[in-house]
Design a protein around this ligand. Structure first.
Ligand SMILES: [Zn+2]
Length: 129
């Protein structure tokens, strides 16, 4: 049973590691196919004892690993924080505040989440006048 959780965690970690890239989508698909393929030879385990047949568990594992893995792989790679375009990584610091799109790739940002909306604080003035 713990093997199911470890298998799912490993697949989801790899899908997260390569999300928005082709390995991130390929790994959950391959892992789900592998779990579903194992339901054939291992399927009869548990039927004689009256427990839940292994076949049902492996199909459920395949659906969970594949479905959640593909969802994780489709998540954005990086957030806009840090002044970088989340799509291409272009440094957006110093751009005009009216421009809400990346000059490199053309990705649009909502005005509230635009990276250049948070300007650095003005330098502190000395109290001596
Ligand atoms: Zn960009």
């Amino acid at each position: 049973m713990i093997l199911f959780a470890v298998y799912a965690a490993a697949v989801w970690y790899l899908a997260c590691r390569w999300r928005r890239r082709w390995p991130g989508f390929a790994i959950p698909v391959i892992a789900a196919s592998l779990a579903a393929a194992l339901a054939g030879p291992l399927g009869s385990v548990g039927e004689r004892t009256g427990l839940v047949p292994f076949r049902v568990l492996l199909h459920a594992e395949a659906a969970l690993v594949g479905g959640i893995g593909l969802f994780i792989a489709s998540l954005p790679r990086a957030r806009i924080t840090g002044g970088l375009c989340f799509h291409c990584g272009y440094d957006l610091k110093g751009l005009a505040a009216a421009a809400h799109l990346c000059p490199e790739c053309g990705t649009q940002f909502p005005p509230a989440r635009a990276p250049h909306a948070s300007t650095p604080p003005a330098p502190a003035r000395s109290r001596r006048a």
